[in-house]
Each structure stands twice: as C-alpha cells, then as structure tokens.
Design a protein around this ligand. Structure first.
Ligand SMILES: *Cc1c(COP(=O)(O)O)cnc(C)c1O
Length: 388
C-alpha cells in the first residue's frame, strides 16, 4: 500500500467522518462498568440522547449497529404472527421488512418506486380498511439512505390518527438523527430507532431505541423471543446509570463528547447546517445535469444526495476512479440502484470547505470518467454558500 497524504474523505452516508474530539474522547482507559464513575458516564449518555430524540421518555443504548436497534424495536413490542404495515421506500425499508418476516411477523408492504417517501394517503386508506384492527404496527424509514428521500413523519402520524387506528408507529432515524429535525415525542412516535455512525459522528457500534409510553405497554404483552435486546432488563439497570451486561464503554466516552459538541452548536443550527450543505450539493447536481433519485423536492434528504449516472455508465466505476485518484469514498448504489446511482454523504461532522472538496472530487471524477455533464457544479455550490 502506498501512503496517501492528507485526509481520506469518507463521503458515504454513514459511517461518517469522526471528529478528532470524539476520537480523543474514545482514547481513554476502559473503566469498571459497575463503578460510580461509569454511572456518571452512563447517565450523561442516556439523558443526553433524550434531547437528540426530542423526548422526555427513556432511550436505551445497545452495543450493536443500527440493525440491532431495528430488531429491538420489533421484538419488544410485537408477538408471533402479528401484522405490520411497511412502505417500500428503498433498500433499507426492504431490509427492515425482511427482518420482520424472519422474526415471524406478517408484513404487508405498500409498494413504492424507490423515488418517493412514505405516502400518508395510502396509509390512511389501508388503516381505515382494517376495521378489525388486525395491523399491530406501522414501520417507516424517516430518511431512506439508499435513495436520499425523507418521509414526512408528522403526516404519517396524522394519517394514523385520522383512521382512528391503534397501530404502533415505529420509525427508523438511523441516517437522520442529529441531521434532520426529528421529534419523537411531539410527533407521537412509539419507537424510534437510531445508530451511532451517521449524524452522531461516532464510529459504528451503538444502536438506540427511544421508547414511548404506548410502546412500554405493548412490551408487557409482546411474546417474540428476546434476551440481549430486552428493554425491561435494560431500563431497570439504566435507572441507576448502568447496563445489564458490558456496555461499549469507550464508545460511550465518544458519545458523551459528541453530545457535548451537538449541544455547543445547538440542534437547530445542526439542522440548518445540514440543510445548507444539502442545498449546495443539489445546486451542483443541477449544474452537472445529473438526475436526482427522489422525484419530489419536498422529500429531498439533507443527509445525502443520490444521483443517477447517465445510461451506459456505471456508478461503481466512477466511485472506484474517485477513490483511486482523490482518496474519497462515495456511497454505492444499493439494491435496485446498484450501478445506476451513487450517493454523496453530507452529514455528521461536515463543513463548507469539506463540501467544496467533496464536490470538486465528484466534478473531476465525472470529467476523468468521460461522463457527459454540465460544467460549473462546484461554482454553483460555492455561489450558493456565499449568497445564502
Ligand atoms: C445505515 C442504516 C441502517 C443500517 O444500520 P447498520 O448500523 O448498518 O446496522 C438502517 N437504516 C437506515 C436508514 C440506515 O441509514
């Protein structure tokens, strides 16, 4: 391997660039997780995460990737043979459906074209038609990371309420938490799923559930097998700042630092920064003439941008070239979009000049790969950043 000077640009939509402050915080002697010092760390993390999910209710933290937190949301609230309703918004929604089926749930999927968010009107129709209330839960991915499409969760909530249906609302915010405004409590979500390696600026390895009161009630009747992901044991230990088994102590040091950084910047400013950098990216894409994956402007994601390459070109080749020449990783096309669309991650610890470098890498890559495109994408983005 030859040495590559300068920083690697990790512009995939998670894991994201981990800031030095977080890396330094993780670089700490591992302590006794039954000690008083640990309880302070545990409490800081458990309480701090409530403000990130915008809830006063409990948040639990698992030593797992986001996928583990998906599983926890399902196995703690549902029972074998229960019916759940899901939206086919893209690759991650599809994987969550597959998991639900593996766990013994019956999943009804509202089909989608991978270019739109969850449709509240279709949801209201389905729930209204379910007069006997056989559907136990609705699963929605807030920010579909494979397509760069964000769903309107308050509208989803209104659709459930309008149909007077008691189904639980389970929402995946793995790639939107601490990037795009999200309010677990105000929006009436029952379980929200998160992960550490995207907006939270940490390495992979922590999974989160924010849990509402109705979900706690449901967990008392749920009979799907669970042990490692059982909320009850976790909540009991968490009450004193502890965990029922060895937690990811050093990642929690990182989390405490990341929470501190988010508090210093202020969540509303964090959301504004993501909106601004996302809009600058879209200006660049428009100048290049590359087609965005989402079809509805209101659903454009502020965490990432997914762009089609023209027919006859392969996004994998473009990404390989950019990695080789410029030491930058971009997100692959996933599932149905493999080969057709690449993704630019602009979430987490990310600034205007990092964006300028990222877009410059894409623009030079397009040129070197011989992909027909308009000139001036970087200029359009910089102009927006200067003016807006
Ligand atoms: C990354 C991601 C996941 C999967 O999380 P892992 O940490 O890889 O298990 C699930 N859903 C969404 C929306 C994601 O972005």
């Amino acid at each position: 391997m030859t040495y590559r000077p300068g920083r690697h640009f990790l512009q995939i939509p998670g894991p994201t660039n981990v800031p030095d402050r977080v890396l330094r915080a993780i670089d700490h002697a591992t302590i006794d997780h039954r000690s008083g010092d640990f309880a302070e760390l545990g409490r800081a993390c458990l309480d701090g995460m409530k403000s990130i999910f915008q809830t006063l209710g409990p948040v639990v933290i698992f030593p797992s990737s986001g996928t583990g937190a998906w599983e926890a949301a399902l196995v703690n609230t549902l029972s074998a043979g229960d019916k759940v309703l899901a939206f086919e918004t893209g690759h991650f929604a599809t994987l969550w459906v597959k998991m639900a089926r593996n766990l013994g749930l019956i999943v009804d999927v509202i089909p989608g074209d991978w270019r739109h968010g969850a449709d509240p009107a279709r949801l209201e129709e389905r729930l209204t038609a379910d007069a006997s209330h056989e559907i136990n839960a609705v699963m929605v991915v807030h920010n579909e990371t494979s397509t760069g499409t964000t769903s309107d969760i308050p509208a989803v909530r209104r659709a459930i309420d309008a149909s007077r249906h008691p189904a639980l609302l389970l929402v995946d915010t793995i790639s939107s938490l601490a990037c795009i405004d999200y309010r677990h409590q105000e929006w009436g979500v029952d379980v929200t799923v998160g992960g550490s390696q995207k907006g939270l600026m940490l390495p992979p390895g922590l999974g989160f559930n924010a849990i509402g009161a109705k979900a706690i009630e449901a967990s008392k009747k749920s009979n799907l097998p669970k042990s490692f992901f059982q909320w009850a044991d976790m909540l009991e230990a968490n009450a004193k700042g502890f965990f029922p088994y060895t937690p990811s102590t050093n990642l929690l040091y990182g989390l405490r630092e990341a929470l501190q950084m988010l508090e210093e910047e202020g969540l509303p400013n964090v959301f504004r920064r993501h909106t601004r950098l996302a809009e600058a990216t879209r200006r660049a894409a428009r100048a290049w003439g590359l087609e965005m994956v989402p079809l509805v402007c209101a659903e454009y994601s502020n965490s990432l941008t997914a762009l089609f390459v023209p027919a006859g070109f392969n996004e994998a080749a473009l990404r390989a070239l950019i990695l080789e020449r410029f030491n930058m990783s971009l997100g692959a096309g996933l599932g149905k979009l493999a080969g057709r669309a690449f993704r630019i991650g602009h979430l987490g610890d990310f600034s205007e000049l990092m964006l300028a470098g990222t877009l410059a890498g894409v623009e030079m890559g397009l040129e070197l790969a011989g992909i027909p495109h308009g000139k001036g994408g970087v200029d359009a983005a910089l102009q927006y950043l200067v003016e807006a």
